[in-house]
Design a protein around this ligand. Sequence first.
Ligand code: BES
Ligand code: MN
Ligand code: MN
Length: 466
Amino acid sequence: MAGESGGRRMTIERVEAYIESHRGEFLERLKELIRIPSVSAQPAHNADTRRAAEFVAADLRRSGLTVEVIETPGHPLVYAEGPARPGKPTLLVYGHYDVQPAEPLEPWLSPPFEPTERDGNLYARGATDDKGQMYTHCKAAEAWTAAGGGLPLNVKFLIEGEEEVGGANLEAFVAANRPKLACDFAVISDSSQFAPGIPAITYGLKGIAYFEMTVRGANRDLHSGTFGGAVANPLNALATILASLKGPDGKVAIEGFYDDVKPLADWERAEFAALPFSDDEFRRDLGVDTLAGEAGYTTLERKWARPTCDVHGLYGGYQGPGGKTVLPCFGGAKLSFRLVPDQDPAVIARLLRAHVARVAPPGVAVEINEYNSAPAVLVDAQGNKGIEAARRAVETAFGARPILIREGGTIPVVGLIKKELGVDTLLLGWGQNDDNLHGPNEKFSLDAFYRGIRASARLFDELSRI
Ligand code: BES
Ligand code: MN
Ligand code: MN
């Protein structure tokens, strides 16, 4: 036994030595991937998006995996499998190679698709979300293959190109390929650490229900003096509807909205309260003089475990210089609800429709379109062998014991992996809360990139022994 564990120790040391000596090369390869503007939302970038898929496929192939680029009605999926390791557990790694649009371009200090190193960070669209984080697992696989005598467990990679557009294609693929994707563990690095120096394992994510609402009035734009006061104004009506969604206490005012909300457990409230988080620092960093949200809950509770409602876009009427006295004939809004366990996006859609039907002023027609939705996820961390293994791996690589947190973002595949494959996902985020994901000057710490590769390599080892 002593000899065996000594042998294991030497193997992981060789794998880590390989990672150390290939840091420069790994970073150059990541930059190449980031230079491909794989913006899934913009059809002008469809060829680039495919190129990013091909890049990931070729990379995994070079690391000794068997790779398929799978066509979908949208952007392709990359699926890869390591050599079979009979008797060993199977780990499914998920990531996404698509990125959000880089616009607005003006605030970027360096071009979004020219990865630039500044103060220990790599700045670029996709640096943290999710190319840099996803690539840590690709490089861990390379290190095991090149220096560890092969991957120590069965590894499957599923890397998609439609995460940022909430495509339905992944859902169809997972549902139709359950045996192929069968696994004992799943891991995703597409979230954040708690703070610099405080790595985290995320045991809960919010879900989402996203809508576009359009309001129509008269059959044409009208002079607001001639017709105002006699015909409904769709923009006024839209404002009335939107204002009715929330009360002054910050609660969503839709009847039944909270019915299925799982309350925060007492132990969670206690643990959140014990975390080093300062409302004042948070507020100052964002440049606001007061924080806002649901009454009766702390900032971390609201960010991580309470549902919200936000408007993301508003349009209609005259937007040009100067005034224009018009009753516009239509207007619209994009809005979403972040959901928590056990809210069901389909139920929320129904409740929203009923609410709008009740509050919409007379004289307008309201149409609601449902966009992407995903349920929230919550994992029982107690006695969870995968989480224990991940804790050891992350602690070794990051030099600090990870804490358990929840987060407010949504990774739709996590619910899908649970529903279709029956597996809870290990959410090991290497990012930071100020990485500006989806915004200008997105960044990813170079240190987190290298530590993430090491943590992933350690995770493969830890899981192979369960
Ligand atoms: N990586 C994010 C999700 C995330 C962000 C998780 C921060 C934890 C912390 C992911 O790429 C993302 O942006 N998801 C979307 C999903 C939506 C488009 C359905 C989101 O959360 O807005
Ligand atoms: Mn992401
Ligand atoms: Mn994202």
